[in-house]
Design a protein around this ligand. Structure first.
Ligand code: FDA
Length: 307
């Protein structure tokens, strides 16, 4: 029951200021965030590549409130592309983008987000890599999937994310499971109303498996975004039943979560991509990680009292 409370807190500006300023917060945040800058994050990318892992990089930021901020967010991604180029990892280092950081919620935001995303996707293509559009709250999904469709006309490798907690997602999976389409399936990390999303964890898990079946049976490239050991085993089984080779889908996990499992799957020959977030605007991302697992909250609270 704590999850929804923490997710509500993730939208509070007052709490954002308090938690962000607390001196004890940083070491706890560091478990999930690779660094505050590209310079701090590049060694983390190199270390992942040395472990045989692929990465997707997220410059932290969401829900910008004016077009100038959206441009700053776009420019941060363009600097990221410049930093990735000399690493020579090509598609092994891609990027994940939240369109709300590119101005999607502002007046005229759909076009603004499309314009900013196009600049980043073009720059990514120039160094041989791709961009995946993260899924945010359900009110943004139609716009995000439309932008995904528009970007795919010129850049077919642009990835989409679907959340199994939404009732609509099986249908979205059917529409997306087409040739050349990269689709990350996740359970979903936002607080959503019962009118659009399953509230019960078991139902979200069952929906995840139904969506996975659709993606694995399709002709696209499924990206299985989960740390759930049961679902990972089911994904392997569904992939082999669908006749997929081991490199015809991939697993994705978040930086700081189940690193040993990432290594185990990579050692078995699986493609494993780690989602690495960096930057200073970490509050929303961090709070969603706390909400996913109450034990993280206990860890966070303990760090406050044992100081
Ligand atoms: P579940 O929550 O059932 O966890 C299974 C197990 O994983 C737990 O028992 C625990 O061991 C471990 N675990 C999970 N979360 C943990 C945490 N925070 N800390 C420590 N251990 C944890 N969501 C979204 O709405 N939009 C998006 O674009 C994305 N993008 C995305 C990319 C990638 C690569 C991943 C892996 C996830 C996302 N998510 C996301 C988040 C996703 O929706 C979901 O909230 C988390 O992945 C947690 O769900 P699990 O599938 O891991 O299962």
């Amino acid at each position: 029951m704590l999850g929804p409370v923490i997710l509500a807190a993730s939208r509070s500006d007052a709490l954002r200021r308090t938690v962000s300023a607390a001196p004890v917060t940083k070491p706890v945040v560091d478990r999930f965030i690779a660094g505050e800058s590209i310079t701090e994050t590049t060694p983390v990318v190199r270390a992942a590549a040395d472990r045989g892992l692929e990465v997707t990089l997220d410059v932290l930021g969401e829900d910008v409130t004016d077009p100038a901020e959206a441009l700053l967010a776009r420019d941060a991604y363009l600097r990221l592309v410049d930093a990735l180029a000399p690493l020579g990892l090509g598609p092994r280092a891609e990027m994940s983008v939240k369109l709300s950081s590119f101005g999607q919620a502002l007046p005229g935001g759909h076009d603004l987000a499309l314009k900013n995303a196009t600049a980043v996707v073009e720059a990514a293509a120039a160094i041989g890599t791709t961009v995946t559009l993260d899924a945010e709250d359900h009110t943004t999904l139609d716009s995000t999937l439309a932008i995904h469709g528009e970007l795919r006309e010129r850049f077919p490798g642009t990835g989409a994310v679907v959340q199994s907690y939404l009732f609509r997602t099986e249908e979205d999976c059917r529409a997306l499971a087409a040739a050349g389409s990269r689709v990350r399936l996740v359970k979903g990390a936002y607080k959503e109303p019962a009118s659009v999303a399953y509230q019960d964890k078991a139902e979200v898990d069952r929906a995840y498996i139904r969506c996975l079946k659709i993606l694995m049976a399709g002709t696209g490239y499924p990206m299985v975004g989960t740390h759930d050991p049961r679902i990972i085993a089911i994904a392997q089984d569904l992939a082999s039943r669908a006749g997929r080779k081991i490199d015809a889908y991939e697993f994705q996990m978040l930086y700081g979560i189940r690193a040993a499992e990432q290594d185990r799957l990579a050692a078995e020959g699986h493609r494993v991509r780690v989602y690495i977030a960096y930057g200073t605007d970490w509050y929303g991302y961090f709070m969603r990680r706390l909400a996913e697992r109450p034990a993280n909250l206990a860890f966070f609270l303990r760090s406050l009292v044992t100081r």
